[in-house]
Ligand binder design. Structure first.
Ligand SMILES: Nc1ncnc2c1ncn2[C@@H]1O[C@H](COP(=O)(O)OP(=O)(O)OP(=O)(O)O)[C@@H](O)[C@H]1O
Ligand SMILES: [Mg+2]
Length: 340
């Protein structure tokens, strides 16, 4: 009775704590927050200047006193304190007014998270006002968000390509049967583009611009119709800003290594999956989630490399948050997926 009353009056939440983006789902309302995982801090006073979208907007445009920090880097919590600040800020934002009942919270975390990091996430969420904090692995949440039958005795394979990590997981009966994680994903692709332009064009561009180029003309396989884009960078030798044109072939060449590493991790996971689960995957193919799934032609490349059907989850950027949201919506059904 008490449990029913509590859940009736509390606005239970689910959070995808990603290296690139943090999303919050509220029971009965859907996704209520979707912001970059960035915090801007004044180095002298240690004061938090801004969090989320506002902090991302000033990357590369602020004075020397301010640093913009991405507290989750390469799929792990690189900075505990700043992560806690960010979690608290985002939760406060969606829970604006004081709640009568503290909300329950499900947080999706990387599979490799250590027990110290688990504690840090739980403490930060509790300090921010959460009542029961449950942790769920990101690929599990992604699979649920993609609508896969993870409760069945069946091999469901999901490849979540985020900002910091690519996680490949085979899930059956509420558990991860096999998982493979590499610290190569969208961020690495951006950095590879910056390095390529520096080396081949002797130009320096920002990471934000490299990411825009990737989203606009980046592809994993050649396009039917070639594309190019005009961008402005700084010439290395003179330091003078200059506009130049770059085409999809060059960007594909630039991203060859990170994309190759993603393909290899998928192949490795397939090799290591137990035979019965592998045969299910052979019949159904596998699913892509995370922002990296939006890279044009990546599904095609992965399909060519594995001879399997590759499906892209609906709205891949929100799959983890929606999956974690389904877990908070049906806590009793999904209880077995919690890892704390
Ligand atoms: N249209 C697009 N084409 C290519 N890449 C994209 C596109 N849209 C987003 N991305 C990339 O997706 C990545 C962010 O994805 P996502 O939000 O799933 O990551 P995350 O969950 O924060 O990170 P992680 O899961 O590693 O912790 C970024 O690297 C971004 O550049
Ligand atoms: Mg993610």
């Amino acid at each position: 009775m008490l449990g029913w009353l509590l859940s009736h009056f509390s606005k239970d939440l689910a959070m995808d704590l990603g290296t690139a983006n943090t999303l919050i789902y509220m029971r009965g309302r859907g996704i209520v927050l979707n912001e970059p995982s960035v915090v801007a801090i004044n180095q002298d006073t240690h004061q938090v200047i801004s969090v989320g979208q506002e902090a991302r907007n000033i990357i590369g445009r602020h004075g020397q006193r301010i640093v913009t920090i991405r507290p989750l880097k390469d799929g792990v919590i690189a900075d505990f304190e700043v992560t806690a600040v960010m979690i608290k800020y985002f939760l406060a934002k969606v829970l604006r007014k004081r709640q009568i009942v503290r909300p329950q919270l499900v947080v999706a975390v990387p599979t490799g998270i250590t027990s110290v990091e688990k504690r840090a996430v739980i403490e930060a969420a509790e300090q921010a006002g959460a009542r029961n904090v449950h942790l769920v692995e990101e690929p599990m949440a992604a699979a649920i968000g993609a609508g896969l039958p993870i409760d069945q005795a069946f091999g469901n394979m999901i490849v979540d390509i985020g900002g910091g990590t690519t996680e490949v997981a085979v899930i059956s009966m509420f558990a991860v049967a096999y998982s493979e994680s590499v610290r190569v994903a969208g961020d690495e692709a951006n950095e590879a583009i910056m390095r390529y332009i520096q080396r081949e064009r002797q130009m320096i561009i920002s990471e934000v611009l490299a990411e825009n180029v990737k989203m606009k003309i980046g592809t994993a396989v050649p396009l039917d119709k070639p594309e190019s884009i005009e961008i402005t960078g700084k010439e290395i030798l003179s330091g003078i800003p200059k506009t130049f044109s770059i085409c999809d072939d060059e960007i594909r060449e630039a991203m060859k290594e990170p994309i190759g590493a993603i393909v290899e991790s998928v192949k490795r996971a397939l090799e290591k999956t137990p035979p019965d689960l592998a045969s299910d995957i052979h019949d159904q193919g596998f699913w892509l989630a995370g922002g990296g799934a939006l890279l044009k032609g990546l599904d095609k490349l992965l399909s060519q490399a594995t001879n399997l059907k590759v499906n892209i989850a609906e709205d891949p950027l929100t799959a983890v948050a929606r999956g974690a949201g389904a877990v908070i919506d049906h806590v009793d059904f999904f209880r077995q997926v919690f890892i704390n």
